[in-house]
Design a protein around this ligand. Structure first.
Ligand SMILES: O=c1ccn([C@@H]2O[C@H](COP(=O)(O)O)[C@@H](O)[C@H]2O)c(=O)[nH]1
Length: 282
Protein backbone atom coordinates (compact mmCIF):
# COMPACT_ATOMS: atom_id res chain seq x y z
CA UNK A 1 0.00 0.00 0.00
CA UNK A 2 1.34 3.45 -0.88
CA UNK A 3 1.10 4.84 2.66
CA UNK A 4 2.97 1.81 4.06
CA UNK A 5 5.67 2.28 1.41
CA UNK A 6 5.91 5.99 2.18
CA UNK A 7 6.12 5.30 5.93
CA UNK A 8 8.95 2.84 5.28
CA UNK A 9 10.80 5.34 3.07
CA UNK A 10 10.58 7.93 5.85
CA UNK A 11 11.89 5.37 8.35
CA UNK A 12 14.85 4.66 6.09
CA UNK A 13 15.67 8.08 4.64
CA UNK A 14 13.79 10.73 6.62
CA UNK A 15 10.74 12.86 5.78
CA UNK A 16 12.12 14.87 2.86
CA UNK A 17 9.96 15.31 -0.25
CA UNK A 18 11.59 17.20 -3.12
CA UNK A 19 9.16 19.16 -5.27
CA UNK A 20 9.85 18.93 -9.00
CA UNK A 21 8.48 22.33 -10.08
CA UNK A 22 10.51 23.10 -13.22
CA UNK A 23 10.55 26.72 -14.32
CA UNK A 24 12.53 27.29 -17.55
CA UNK A 25 13.57 30.74 -16.26
CA UNK A 26 15.40 29.12 -13.34
CA UNK A 27 17.57 26.41 -14.83
CA UNK A 28 21.32 25.84 -15.01
CA UNK A 29 23.19 27.25 -18.01
CA UNK A 30 23.94 23.81 -19.48
CA UNK A 31 20.22 23.42 -20.28
CA UNK A 32 19.67 26.91 -21.67
CA UNK A 33 19.56 26.06 -25.40
CA UNK A 34 17.81 22.70 -25.15
CA UNK A 35 14.30 22.18 -26.49
CA UNK A 36 11.54 21.99 -23.85
CA UNK A 37 11.27 18.20 -23.44
CA UNK A 38 15.02 17.69 -23.04
CA UNK A 39 15.38 20.77 -20.83
CA UNK A 40 12.69 19.70 -18.36
CA UNK A 41 13.41 15.99 -18.28
CA UNK A 42 17.19 16.42 -17.97
CA UNK A 43 16.73 19.04 -15.25
CA UNK A 44 14.54 16.65 -13.24
CA UNK A 45 16.88 13.73 -13.89
CA UNK A 46 19.85 15.76 -12.60
CA UNK A 47 17.89 16.61 -9.43
CA UNK A 48 16.81 12.98 -8.94
CA UNK A 49 20.30 11.57 -9.54
CA UNK A 50 21.79 14.06 -7.07
CA UNK A 51 19.29 13.32 -4.27
CA UNK A 52 17.64 9.91 -4.66
CA UNK A 53 19.47 8.30 -1.72
CA UNK A 54 18.39 11.15 0.59
CA UNK A 55 14.64 11.57 0.03
CA UNK A 56 11.39 9.74 0.82
CA UNK A 57 9.57 10.82 -2.35
CA UNK A 58 9.33 13.30 -5.21
CA UNK A 59 6.37 15.57 -5.89
CA UNK A 60 6.00 16.79 -9.48
CA UNK A 61 3.66 19.79 -9.54
CA UNK A 62 1.45 19.28 -12.62
CA UNK A 63 0.95 23.02 -13.28
CA UNK A 64 4.56 23.49 -14.38
CA UNK A 65 4.30 20.70 -16.97
CA UNK A 66 0.81 21.62 -18.20
CA UNK A 67 2.00 25.22 -18.74
CA UNK A 68 4.62 23.96 -21.20
CA UNK A 69 2.12 22.12 -23.39
CA UNK A 70 2.65 18.72 -24.97
CA UNK A 71 6.42 18.75 -24.58
CA UNK A 72 6.03 19.60 -20.90
CA UNK A 73 3.62 16.70 -20.41
CA UNK A 74 6.02 14.39 -22.26
CA UNK A 75 8.67 15.45 -19.76
CA UNK A 76 6.29 14.63 -16.87
CA UNK A 77 5.73 11.14 -18.31
CA UNK A 78 9.49 10.49 -18.61
CA UNK A 79 10.12 11.97 -15.16
CA UNK A 80 7.55 9.72 -13.48
CA UNK A 81 8.88 6.68 -15.35
CA UNK A 82 12.41 7.54 -14.18
CA UNK A 83 11.36 8.05 -10.54
CA UNK A 84 9.53 4.70 -10.63
CA UNK A 85 12.62 3.00 -12.09
CA UNK A 86 14.58 4.36 -9.10
CA UNK A 87 12.03 2.71 -6.77
CA UNK A 88 10.89 6.00 -5.26
CA UNK A 89 7.35 7.17 -4.52
CA UNK A 90 5.70 9.72 -6.81
CA UNK A 91 3.17 12.23 -5.49
CA UNK A 92 1.37 13.80 -8.45
CA UNK A 93 0.44 17.23 -7.08
CA UNK A 94 -2.61 17.96 -9.24
CA UNK A 95 -5.15 19.22 -6.65
CA UNK A 96 -8.11 17.97 -8.64
CA UNK A 97 -11.76 18.26 -7.56
CA UNK A 98 -14.81 17.87 -9.82
CA UNK A 99 -18.11 16.04 -10.25
CA UNK A 100 -17.75 12.30 -9.93
CA UNK A 101 -17.88 11.37 -13.64
CA UNK A 102 -15.06 13.83 -14.38
CA UNK A 103 -13.16 12.79 -11.23
CA UNK A 104 -12.98 9.25 -12.62
CA UNK A 105 -11.15 10.73 -15.65
CA UNK A 106 -8.63 12.52 -13.44
CA UNK A 107 -8.11 9.35 -11.39
CA UNK A 108 -7.39 7.37 -14.58
CA UNK A 109 -5.08 10.14 -15.83
CA UNK A 110 -2.85 10.29 -12.76
CA UNK A 111 -3.16 6.76 -11.30
CA UNK A 112 -2.64 4.90 -14.59
CA UNK A 113 -1.34 5.46 -18.11
CA UNK A 114 1.26 8.01 -19.18
CA UNK A 115 1.48 10.08 -15.97
CA UNK A 116 0.94 7.33 -13.39
CA UNK A 117 2.04 8.14 -9.86
CA UNK A 118 1.53 6.46 -6.47
CA UNK A 119 -0.34 9.23 -4.68
CA UNK A 120 -2.24 12.29 -5.89
CA UNK A 121 -3.50 15.47 -4.25
CA UNK A 122 -7.19 16.42 -4.26
CA UNK A 123 -9.25 19.43 -3.31
CA UNK A 124 -12.35 18.39 -1.32
CA UNK A 125 -14.38 21.56 -1.57
CA UNK A 126 -16.87 20.22 -4.17
CA UNK A 127 -17.91 17.61 -1.62
CA UNK A 128 -17.41 13.98 -0.71
CA UNK A 129 -18.77 12.68 -4.04
CA UNK A 130 -15.83 14.44 -5.73
CA UNK A 131 -13.42 12.26 -3.70
CA UNK A 132 -15.22 8.94 -4.02
CA UNK A 133 -14.13 7.95 -7.58
CA UNK A 134 -10.48 7.91 -6.46
CA UNK A 135 -11.14 5.41 -3.67
CA UNK A 136 -11.41 2.46 -6.05
CA UNK A 137 -7.76 3.02 -7.00
CA UNK A 138 -6.88 3.27 -3.30
CA UNK A 139 -8.63 -0.03 -2.53
CA UNK A 140 -7.74 -2.06 -5.59
CA UNK A 141 -4.48 -0.61 -6.91
CA UNK A 142 -2.60 0.37 -3.75
CA UNK A 143 -2.75 4.06 -4.60
CA UNK A 144 -2.86 6.88 -2.03
CA UNK A 145 -4.42 10.33 -1.67
CA UNK A 146 -3.50 13.55 0.05
CA UNK A 147 -6.60 15.71 0.44
CA UNK A 148 -6.13 19.45 0.97
CA UNK A 149 -7.27 20.40 4.46
CA UNK A 150 -5.21 23.34 5.75
CA UNK A 151 -2.99 24.84 3.08
CA UNK A 152 0.26 26.81 3.33
CA UNK A 153 -0.84 29.95 1.46
CA UNK A 154 -1.94 33.18 3.20
CA UNK A 155 -5.47 32.66 1.81
CA UNK A 156 -5.85 29.54 3.94
CA UNK A 157 -7.42 31.96 6.49
CA UNK A 158 -10.22 32.93 4.08
CA UNK A 159 -12.27 29.72 4.10
CA UNK A 160 -10.34 26.88 5.75
CA UNK A 161 -10.17 28.59 9.14
CA UNK A 162 -13.76 29.86 9.32
CA UNK A 163 -15.16 29.21 12.77
CA UNK A 164 -18.03 26.72 12.71
CA UNK A 165 -19.55 26.21 16.19
CA UNK A 166 -16.15 26.74 17.81
CA UNK A 167 -14.22 24.54 15.40
CA UNK A 168 -12.14 25.57 12.38
CA UNK A 169 -13.84 24.53 9.15
CA UNK A 170 -10.77 22.52 8.05
CA UNK A 171 -11.13 20.21 11.06
CA UNK A 172 -14.74 19.50 10.06
CA UNK A 173 -13.74 18.79 6.45
CA UNK A 174 -10.99 16.45 7.68
CA UNK A 175 -13.41 14.66 10.02
CA UNK A 176 -15.91 14.09 7.22
CA UNK A 177 -13.26 12.68 4.92
CA UNK A 178 -12.04 10.32 7.63
CA UNK A 179 -15.61 9.18 8.22
CA UNK A 180 -16.17 8.55 4.52
CA UNK A 181 -12.94 6.63 4.05
CA UNK A 182 -13.61 4.49 7.15
CA UNK A 183 -10.98 2.88 9.30
CA UNK A 184 -8.41 2.22 6.59
CA UNK A 185 -5.37 2.10 8.85
CA UNK A 186 -2.52 0.16 7.23
CA UNK A 187 0.13 -1.88 9.00
CA UNK A 188 2.24 1.26 9.47
CA UNK A 189 -0.52 2.69 11.70
CA UNK A 190 -1.66 5.40 9.28
CA UNK A 191 -4.75 5.69 7.07
CA UNK A 192 -4.58 5.21 3.32
CA UNK A 193 -6.02 8.70 2.75
CA UNK A 194 -3.73 11.44 4.01
CA UNK A 195 -4.10 15.22 4.30
CA UNK A 196 -2.19 18.26 3.03
CA UNK A 197 -1.32 20.45 6.02
CA UNK A 198 0.88 23.51 5.42
CA UNK A 199 3.85 24.25 7.66
CA UNK A 200 3.08 28.00 7.55
CA UNK A 201 0.49 30.35 9.10
CA UNK A 202 0.16 28.36 12.28
CA UNK A 203 -1.15 30.07 15.39
CA UNK A 204 0.55 28.93 18.57
CA UNK A 205 -0.50 25.35 19.38
CA UNK A 206 -2.29 24.86 16.07
CA UNK A 207 0.09 22.22 14.71
CA UNK A 208 -0.37 20.20 17.91
CA UNK A 209 -4.17 20.66 17.66
CA UNK A 210 -4.14 19.34 14.06
CA UNK A 211 -2.02 16.34 15.03
CA UNK A 212 -4.39 15.59 17.93
CA UNK A 213 -7.46 15.84 15.65
CA UNK A 214 -5.95 13.37 13.17
CA UNK A 215 -3.55 11.11 15.07
CA UNK A 216 -3.49 8.30 12.48
CA UNK A 217 -3.45 10.45 9.33
CA UNK A 218 -0.30 10.84 7.24
CA UNK A 219 0.43 14.44 6.24
CA UNK A 220 1.99 16.03 3.15
CA UNK A 221 3.49 19.22 4.59
CA UNK A 222 4.34 22.01 2.10
CA UNK A 223 5.46 25.54 2.94
CA UNK A 224 8.88 24.77 4.45
CA UNK A 225 11.68 26.90 2.97
CA UNK A 226 10.68 29.33 0.21
CA UNK A 227 7.29 30.09 1.83
CA UNK A 228 8.86 30.78 5.21
CA UNK A 229 7.85 27.66 7.15
CA UNK A 230 10.55 26.46 9.54
CA UNK A 231 11.61 22.98 10.60
CA UNK A 232 10.07 23.40 14.07
CA UNK A 233 6.65 24.18 12.55
CA UNK A 234 6.82 21.15 10.26
CA UNK A 235 8.26 18.86 12.91
CA UNK A 236 5.34 19.42 15.28
CA UNK A 237 3.04 17.99 12.57
CA UNK A 238 5.11 14.77 12.48
CA UNK A 239 5.03 11.96 15.05
CA UNK A 240 8.43 10.65 16.16
CA UNK A 241 9.89 11.92 12.88
CA UNK A 242 7.36 10.01 10.74
CA UNK A 243 3.65 10.36 9.91
CA UNK A 244 4.34 12.92 7.24
CA UNK A 245 6.63 14.14 4.48
CA UNK A 246 7.85 17.74 4.30
CA UNK A 247 8.03 19.22 0.81
CA UNK A 248 10.51 21.78 -0.41
CA UNK A 249 10.55 22.77 -4.07
CA UNK A 250 12.26 26.12 -4.79
CA UNK A 251 14.42 25.83 -1.65
CA UNK A 252 16.07 22.76 -3.20
CA UNK A 253 15.80 23.08 -6.96
CA UNK A 254 16.87 26.73 -7.06
CA UNK A 255 19.59 26.41 -4.41
CA UNK A 256 22.21 26.54 -7.20
CA UNK A 257 21.28 30.17 -7.92
CA UNK A 258 22.66 31.17 -4.51
CA UNK A 259 25.66 28.85 -4.58
CA UNK A 260 29.10 28.78 -6.19
CA UNK A 261 28.82 24.97 -6.51
CA UNK A 262 27.60 23.29 -9.68
CA UNK A 263 23.90 22.44 -10.05
CA UNK A 264 24.00 18.84 -8.78
CA UNK A 265 26.29 19.64 -5.85
CA UNK A 266 24.24 22.67 -4.78
CA UNK A 267 21.00 20.62 -5.02
CA UNK A 268 22.41 17.75 -2.97
CA UNK A 269 23.81 20.17 -0.41
CA UNK A 270 20.37 21.81 -0.02
CA UNK A 271 18.77 18.42 0.69
CA UNK A 272 21.54 17.54 3.15
CA UNK A 273 20.92 20.84 4.94
CA UNK A 274 17.19 20.09 5.07
CA UNK A 275 17.95 16.63 6.51
CA UNK A 276 20.08 18.27 9.21
CA UNK A 277 17.17 20.62 10.00
CA UNK A 278 15.02 17.52 10.57
CA UNK A 279 17.74 15.62 12.49
CA UNK A 280 17.94 12.92 9.84
CA UNK A 281 21.05 10.74 9.76
CA UNK A 282 22.81 12.64 12.55
O1 LIG B 1 -0.91 24.04 0.70
C1 LIG B 1 -0.15 23.79 -0.24
C2 LIG B 1 -0.33 22.72 -1.09
C3 LIG B 1 0.60 22.48 -2.08
N1 LIG B 1 1.66 23.31 -2.26
C4 LIG B 1 2.62 22.97 -3.34
O2 LIG B 1 3.89 22.67 -2.75
C5 LIG B 1 4.95 23.27 -3.49
C6 LIG B 1 5.66 24.30 -2.64
O3 LIG B 1 6.70 24.88 -3.35
P1 LIG B 1 7.86 25.77 -2.62
O4 LIG B 1 8.70 26.23 -3.76
O5 LIG B 1 8.59 24.87 -1.67
O6 LIG B 1 7.17 26.89 -1.94
C7 LIG B 1 4.31 23.83 -4.76
O7 LIG B 1 4.34 22.83 -5.75
C8 LIG B 1 2.87 24.09 -4.34
O8 LIG B 1 1.96 24.00 -5.42
C9 LIG B 1 1.82 24.37 -1.43
O9 LIG B 1 2.80 25.14 -1.55
N2 LIG B 1 0.92 24.59 -0.43
Amino acid sequence: MSINRLFKSVEERGPICVGLDPNPLHMPKCLEDKPIYEKIFNYNKMIIDATKDLVACYKPQAAYYEALGIEGMRALKSTNEYIRKCGIIIINDVKRGDISSTAKGYADAYFSGDFEGDIMTLSPYMGLDSIEPYLEYVEKNDKGLFVIIKTSNPGSHDFEEIDVDGKPFYSIVGGKIQKMTGNTVGECGYRKVGFVIGATNKASGEAEFIRECFPDTFFLIPGYGAQGGGAADAMSLLKDGNGGVVNSSRGIIRAFEKSDKDFEEATREAVLKMRRDFNVGL
